[in-house]
Design a protein around this ligand. Structure first.
Ligand SMILES: [Zn+2]
Length: 233
């Protein structure tokens, strides 16, 4: 893997057996990757990147502003996402049961003991995210078991740093990233389908992609939504 620099932006350069050029900007830090056909030299790759500089800069800016928002203190007024929608957090002190409520399609209300710590507030919200996912995922599994023709023995939700989902093909088990609770339902459904399709094909090869296109024609754009913004030329 090589590297080129365009206007002070470092770009990873990858040569692959592909016909088209793929330019991708990844969250959370705006890393840029350029995949080009094997015969293309550095100069041509640099010229291509240069011609897309406005686009690259715009995408990177989007991530750096998002990144600033990810340092969370779980205090009233902060914005947090649920199911692809932005909500305003409100911390409400209670001596009753500690819980989370969605209010007026606008607020996520955290009911907590007076003087709760950041960790406690974060944990309450995470547990709520987890419960919601655990409630929603079975309906997707049931729907897609019929369409794909595979069975899921068990599913789980866990916090993962680098992947949206993972699976154990032999045990027919899938794991879904807790972070998907914040994303639009189509993203969650895509990851469930993706992991289930692995029961038919282990690798991300053409067979796998053909299955995905058959079952979920829009999978590629959802993948981009989750993993970065891609430009194909
Ligand atoms: Zn996969």
């Amino acid at each position: 893997m090589g590297k080129i620099t365009v206007e002070n932006i470092d770009i990873e350069l990858v040569r692959k057996r592909i016909k088209n050029i793929h330019l991708t900007v990844y969250p959370p830090d705006g890393r840029v990757r350029l995949a080009v056909p094997q015969h293309m030299d550095d100069e041509a790759a640099r010229n291509f990147a240069l011609s897309k500089l406005t686009w690259i800069t715009k995408q990177r800016k989007k991530y750096t502003t998002q990144e600033r928002q990810t340092i969370r203190e779980f205090v009233t007024g902060e914005s947090h996402y649920y199911s692809g929608k932005k909500y305003i957090l409100r911390v409400i002190e209670t001596i009753g049961k500690q819980h989370v409520e969605l209010r007026d399609n606008k607020y996520i209300d955290l009911y907590l003991r007076p003087g709760s710590t950041v960790e406690k507030r974060e944990k309450l919200l995470s547990e709520w995210y987890r419960r919601n996912l655990k409630e929603i995922i079975p309906s997707y599994i049931e729907k897609w078991e019929k369409i794909i023709g595979v069975r899921v023995n068990e599913f789980g939700v866990k916090q993962m740093k680098t992947r949206w989902g993972t699976c154990n093909i032999r045990d027919k088990r899938i794991w879904i990233n807790l972070e998907l609770a914040k994303k639009a339902p189509r993203c969650l459904e895509y990851i469930v389908v993706h992991e289930m399709v692995h029961f038919l094909e282990k690798h991300h090869n053409k067979v796998f992609k053909d299955y995905m296109s058959e079952f979920l024609p829009a999978w590629k754009s959802i993948q981009n939504e989750l993993n970065g913004i891609s430009l194909q030329k």
